[in-house]
Design a protein around this ligand. Structure first.
Ligand code: ADP
Length: 441
């Protein structure tokens, strides 16, 4: 035999309750001092169901009892409330208590009155946050169901919005926290950056100060050393003249003294010129001049200073260039000096000069110790000396100075070298337009 038919409505879009899961009934609070009303409501609710969940009656026979229950169970969604109980307006007072004292704005309240005159509908609905108003006589099973479903949907919407608001507020708080954290981090990294900048500025100021001191020291050394060196050199020259007449055996020693003096003077010149070039304090006195005679003069100086080597010039000139003759001579002198210094006694130093496109190219070639591959990339760095040059006196400044001079002239310097076979330094300088005539010396 078929059981009683249940009046049921499933909300559209809401999932059906899983059959295996225990179904939690909707708690509906009935507040009425008439026991029969409770009994009748229980009977009506017994056969109803919404979204697969039945209804459960939570009974209170007075407003005071209802307030106590609600205090403990604020999640009750709907109250069916009588007006006249312990006092004529006990129901209405309960509404105020629920909304204002308990702060419960979500519970839906359906007022059920015995007689419509008990509480005039329009005033009551407006004055007391009541959601529905029914007379007990009109509440049939169908009407009760419709009223409950409406109230439950409204309650669910309100609680969903409240939950969303709560989540939103929490997200806001965490967002604000994250913004505050990030701001603090940015401030900290900004401060760290400012500290690093400050440190870098201090280091730079110290370095500038150290460079200035070094410059002053070099200038002092050059002036203070130059005079005594000149005195030593002229005395040695006089001794040489006397030795030539009376004591020829002393000549080599005197020449050693002069050679040492010349080396020191050359080193002082190189240091000063390099430092001046580096600080940008040098002013070029540029003009068009012929490199060919300059090369010849340089070689003849070296023939006197280092007669142990052969110096050969192959010049297709005139080799007119645009530049500062003093500076170019310094660079040339350095390359030729190195070619002799890093070659064995009796070695050849070849200087080849010719026009090449719009440039004049000068090659300084020797058959000396050469430069190891690993040193080649840094050979023009200041103070860099190749590993195979350790036993030979030098400062590592000359090639750096040569590169600075050449670059200031808009030219270039390159090197090709092989250990124990020799080196070829190629220096290029700009030729003035139309100066490509050839002459061989
Ligand atoms: P240094 O006073 O040491 O000669 P330079 O700056 O003139 O300083 O040269 C740097 C280094 O390059 C030298 O120490 C040497 O190792 C290498 N070098 C320069 N010229 C030659 C060369 N013609 N043959 C071999 N090595 C050279």
């Amino acid at each position: 035999m078929a059981g009683p038919r249940k009046l049921a409505l499933r909300d559209r879009g809401a999932p059906a309750a899983a059959k295996t899961k225990a179904v939690e009934p909707w708690p509906i609070m009935v507040v009425d001092d008439d026991e029969q009303v409770h009994e009748m409501t229980r009977v009506l609710l017994r056969d109803l169901e919404f979204e697969g969940r039945p209804f459960k009656c939570v009974s209170a026979t007075s407003a005071a009892e209802a307030a106590a229950i609600l205090d403990l169970a604020p999640e009750i969604p709907v109250i069916l409330l009588d007006v006249v109980m312990e006092t004529p307006d006990a129901g209405l007072r309960l509404v105020r208590h629920i909304r204002e004292t308990l702060g419960n704005r979500s519970v839906r309240i359906i007022l059920r009155t015995g007689q419509p005159g008990d509480a005039p509908e329009r005033e009551v609905v407006l004055a007391y946050d009541i959601n529905d108003y029914k007379s007990k006589a009109e509440l049939t099973a169908q009407r009760m169901f419709t009223a409950l479903v409406g109230a439950l949907r409204a309650w669910r919407d309100i609680t969903t919005i409240a939950d969303l608001n709560k989540t939103l507020a929490e997200l806001n708080v965490s967002l604000e926290q994250r913004v505050a954290d990030r701001t603090r981090q940015l401030e900290e990294s900004g401060q760290a950056l400012a500290r690093s900048k400050q440190r870098a500025e201090t280091a730079l100021a110290r370095e500038t100060e150290a460079k200035t001191q070094l410059r002053q020291f070099l200038s002092m050394v050059s002036h203070e050393f130059r005079t005594p060196l000149a005195i030593i050199d002229s005395s040695a020259q006089m001794l040489r003249l006397r030795a030539e007449q009376g004591d020829p055996a002393a000549l080599p020693r005197i020449d050693t003294i002069r050679g040492g003096v010349q080396r020191l003077l050359g080193l002082i010149d190189t240091c000063l010129a390099d430092e001046q070039l580096d600080s940008g304090r040098i002013v070029l006195h540029e003009k068009v001049f012929d490199l060919a005679p300059m090369i010849e003069v340089t070689l003849s100086h070296h023939r006197v200073a280092t007669p142990t080597h052969k110096y050969i010039a192959q010049l297709k000139g005139p080799l007119m260039v645009w530049g500062d003759p003093g500076m170019v001579a310094l660079a040339l002198n350095n390359l030729v000096g190195n070619a002799a210094k890093y070659s064995p006694s009796g070695g050849e130093v070849n200087v080849i000069g010719h026009h090449d496109g719009g440039d004049v190219a000068i090659q300084v070639i020797d058959q000396g110790i050469g430069i190891p591959d690993e040193d080649l990339p840094s050979i023009f760095e200041r103070f860099h000396r190749a590993t195979n040059a350790r036993g030979i006196p030098g400062s590592g400044i000359g090639l750096h100075m040569v590169r600075q001079i050449v670059e200031m002239h808009g030219g270039s310097i390159t090197v090709e070298s092989e250990v124990a076979r020799g080196s070829r330094f190629i220096l290029r300088l700009r030729a003035p337009p139309g100066s490509g005539k050839e002459k061989t010396t």
